[in-house]
Design a protein around this ligand. Structure first.
Ligand code: FMN
Length: 379
């Protein structure tokens, strides 16, 4: 067994059966390609590397043969590889200014550019170059030309005066999105994490929510091609557009400021049921104090103004959870409630019942990623 077989589908089977041609050009970020190829394999992909002459000076084809378990294509032969080698995605990572510009113009003067011209499925380009090259007006025009032709551009990370190749997690996520997208054009808002209600300038009342459910929902929605906005109290991956909140007041401000309208809003945040009057400075230590808690305003009904469909979460003890849902559906005027049990808070797994006005429509138990799929299926 080749070593690449041992890692296949170790992370997921989202790319199972998908063939990826990984075209590596002569950018220094080529040294990341062993890791990139292996991460794609961990999600089930079959990867074959194609390398330009300049790429072979930076990274050995032997390393890529080891990484992928497949022979590396470095030149075209009588086998006419560019027409005989079919794949789902032609992924150019890293892509130099040179190759990007040639692809945008349909030039086919080497192995990689000839493959690009002959390729009939999705092409994805991950540019990587010095910032001055990236800002060059010809390069910018050629990026737009590629986009106009339906080529997916994964934007670089601009750091240290470089337009660096997007990180591996982002590239893999974009590849998965490209193969899974079945809900393109839908706008979704995911709200997740814990609220922090300050009791003084340094302390707060909060809860044990980890944000894992929101993270799983945002990733799933993104992979399914949706336009995702997350409001979160924790850090989301860079490819998810995120606005951060801490308190209920912050959430209300976000709702008031929201100009757009979402197709769906899913609120799985653990929002405090109480607010507290904040004291200035730091409450003295060593003294007994009493805090007066006030019932917090309900966020779910406010989401109606900004989303066509509202899905709320309800966390309760298992024997009470379903009975509490009916009340929430009515009181908060939401379309669906995802009932879940106390064990799910902070955990990687959950047990849920999706309840609509007509009663329980779905039950699921398992990893939060699997639960997220069941919920996004409904949307
Ligand atoms: C060490 C080294 C690093 C390079 N890094 C980049 C890079 O990150 N991006 C880029 O556009 N060109 C880079 N170049 C220049 C390209 O290798 C050069 O434009 C070459 O013609 C690209 O050929 P290719 O697109 O066929 O691989 C680098 C060159 C060297 C010597």
């Amino acid at each position: 067994m080749h070593p690449s077989e041992a890692i296949k589908e170790k992370k997921s089977d989202k790319l199972k059966g998908k063939k990826i041609l990984l075209a590596i050009t002569g950018g220094i970020a080529g040294i990341e390609c062993v890791k990139l190829a292996r991460e794609l394999i961990r999600h089930g992909a079959e990867v074959t590397a194609i390398m330009s002459n300049e790429a072979c000076k930076i990274l050995s084809p032997i390393a890529m043969e080891f990484a992928t378990g497949n022979e590396v294509i470095t030149e075209l032969s009588g086998k006419v590889e560019h027409v005989s080698h079919d794949a789902d995605i032609f992924l150019v990572a890293p892509c130099t200014a040179n190759t990007l510009s040639k692809i945008s113009l349909g030039i086919a003067d080497n192995t990689i550019t000839t493959f690009a011209v002959a390729f009939r499925n999705k092409i994805m380009i991950v540019p990587s170059m010095h910032l001055s090259m990236y800002k060059n007006s010809f390069v910018q025009q050629n990026i737009r030309r590629c986009e106009d032709k339906g080529i997916i551009i994964v934007p670089p990370r601009v750091e240290e005066n470089k337009a660096k190749m997007a990180d591996i997690e982002t590239i893999v996520e974009e590849v998965i999105r490209c193969t899974r997208a079945d809900k393109e054009g839908k706008k979704i808002l995911i709200i997740g994490g814990a609220t922090y209600e300050a009791i003084d300038d340094v302390r707060a009342i909060t809860n044990f929510s980890s944000g894992k459910m929101a993270m799983a929902l945002a990733k799933e929605a993104y992979e399914r091609g949706m336009e995702v906005m997350a409001w979160a109290s924790f850090e989301m991956p860079g490819y998810i557009k995120t606005k951060n909140f801490r308190s209920i007041k912050d959430l209300i401000k976000l709702i008031e400021k929201e100009k757009g309208r979402y197709d769906v809003a899913i609120n799985c945040a653990a929002i405090s049921d109480f607010t507290v009057e904040k004291k200035k400075g730091k409450i003295e230590t060593g003294k007994e104090i009493s805090l007066r808690l006030y019932p917090a305003p309900r966020i779910n009904p406010m989401l109606r103004k900004i989303a066509k469909v509202v899905i709320a979460f309800k966390l309760e003890e298992e024997n009470k959870v379903i009975s509490k849902v009916g009340e929430l559906l009515r009181k908060d005027n939401v379309d669906y409630v995802v009932a879940n049990t106390l064990e799910s808070i902070g955990s990687n797994e959950a047990k849920i019942w999706i309840v609509g006005k007509e009663g329980v429509i779905k039950e699921a138990e398992g990893k939060k990623e699997e639960i997220a799929k069941e919920i996004i299926d409904l949307v």
